[in-house]
Ligand binder design. Structure first.
Ligand code: HAM
Length: 432
């Protein structure tokens, strides 16, 4: 009988301990920016009723028509693993009537999303998003604040080489006329479009504009612009958004062909594009979705939001930056059973005081414990043997002693925390 190794599912990756240091750092940086703008975390389930996504993202979108992980539950109901976060946040917003307590809600989430796409660099079937949703304002001020937040978030993690692309998709007043003109134009060039776009021409003609095939690009480059069809209100909204971005000194490009792959958008849409990722170069994207809350069964609440692809950000960071530096570690080395028992008390005390302490749980020889300490990048090695037991002291070995300073010193065990704090400061030598 052949033995089969079971491996992870295609497009779904393990994030190993060498990687999680990066993730923690990025998440911490994002959290601190989100706090500056008053965002509060919301956590929603990974599974939702399928109808939530098909109704909000749109039946004809790629996500709903071919990328969702959908299955029938034991009671016969259709469930889907969330392909994005906005629909779930809006469902929760309506279900818990969050608007009752707060007219303006600023919510964020971080977590895995699932789309059955063809895996490639920067595109996975399980990927992680950080998203922010601002519900309760139709004013362009909300669009501007949100885009500013998006740009700040991405630059806070160390990605500066990005460009902001914006567009307006108009509203239900002005879009139909544009759609009509667009279809008229595309029909004239139909024979040059790819098969997918020929189908989109019937179902979702705006999506032809962001097809990545060369032939379709050359057709859509000369297509009419939504901008020329905006109604008075949409036009004014977009101008105010642009004025806000300029006041903030945020450079942007008008991207007439950016239509986004989800149907709930209207008016402002935007993407943050990074250099160096190849085809999958959007590190964050979003837009205004004024009709969605009502569509999900809630009151008429306008909203705008974005989500960023954390896997992609890390890919870029790892190409650009060096591994985050591990902070110093304390390593406790003991010799003999009595010393081990005393060492247990000392390490418990130090951890209670907030220090990171490592020990060799295999209880090898002194020499092998010292080797382990070196491998772990210990800043100080704390040694407890017979001499230390009788004197109530701990021998502290400074692994990066500067020339002239003592390499080894005895410190009374009850003064150890104070002694270490004086040398390691408040950071206490933490590493994840
Ligand atoms: P989205 O453009 O579908 O928008 O996704 C946002 C970001 O998630 C993308 O720009 C990309 O960085 C990342 N992403 C998407 N798919 C994948 C994948 N297969 N692998 C890796 N990264 C991926 C949304 O999801 C909207 N919910 C954004 C939004 C929030 N709009 C309003 N509020």
């Amino acid at each position: 009988m052949t033995k089969h190794n079971i491996q992870a599912i295609r497009g779904m990756r393990d994030i190993l301990p060498t990687q999680t240091t990066w993730w923690h750092r990025m998440e911490d940086q994002l959290l601190s920016v989100l706090k500056l703008y008053g965002y509060k975390e919301i956590r929603t389930p990974i599974l939702e009723k399928t109808a939530l996504f098909s109704r909000s993202i749109g039946e004809q979108t790629d996500i709903v028509s071919k990328e969702m992980y959908t299955f029938t539950d034991r009671d016969g109901s259709s469930l889907t693993m969330r392909p994005e976060g906005t629909a779930s946040v809006v469902r929760a917003f309506v279900e818990h009537n969050l608007i009752r307590a707060e007219p303006v809600n600023r919510l964020f989430y971080m977590g895995p999303m699932f789309r059955h796409e063809r895996p490639q660099k920067g595109r996975y079937r399980q990927f992680y998003q950080m998203g922010a949703e601002l519900l309760g304002s139709a004013d362009p001020a909300a669009d501007v604040e949100l885009m500013e937040l998006m740009v700040r978030c991405i630059s806070s993690v160390g990605l500066d080489d990005t460009s902001l692309h914006i567009n307006s998709l108009g509203c239900s007043e002005c879009r139909p006329a544009y759609r009509e003109k667009l279809v008229e134009y595309l029909k004239k060039h139909e024979q040059r479009l790819c098969d997918d776009c020929k189908r989109r021409l019937e179902t979702n003609p705006l999506r032809v504009l962001d097809c990545k095939k060369d032939a379709c690009i050359s057709v859509s480059q000369k297509a009419p612009h939504m901008m020329d069809f905006l109604c008075h209100d949409c036009s004014e909204h977009f101008e105010t958004v642009r004025a806000g971005l300029s006041a903030l000194d945020l450079q942007y490009e008008l991207d007439h062909r950016m239509v986004r792959g989800l149907d709930y958008y209207g008016r402002t849409t935007f993407e943050l594009i990074a250099k160096g990722l190849g085809a999958q170069n959007a590190v964050a994207a979003g837009g205004r979705y004024d009709g969605l809350v009502k569509q999900i069964g809630g009151p008429d609440v306008p909203a705008v939001g974005f989500a960023s692809g954390l896997d992609r950000i890390l890919l870029l960071l790892q190409e650009q930056l060096q591994q985050p530096k591990a902070m110093p570690v304390l390593f406790l080395v003991t010799h003999g059973n009595e010393a081990w028992l005393e060492g247990l008390k000392i390490s418990a005390m130090l951890r209670r005081d907030g220090f990171k302490v490592m020990t060799d749980v295999r209880r090898g020889s002194m020499k092998s414990q010292m080797k382990r300490a070196d491998k772990d990048g210990a800043r100080f090695v704390l040694i407890v043997g017979d001499d230390e037991l009788s004197s109530g002291q701990v021998t502290v070995k400074d692994m990066v002693a500067t020339p002239g300073s003592a390499k080894q010193i005895s410190v009374p065990s009850d003064e150890l925390s104070t002694w270490l704090r004086a040398r390691l400061g408040d950071g206490k030598g933490q590493s994840r």
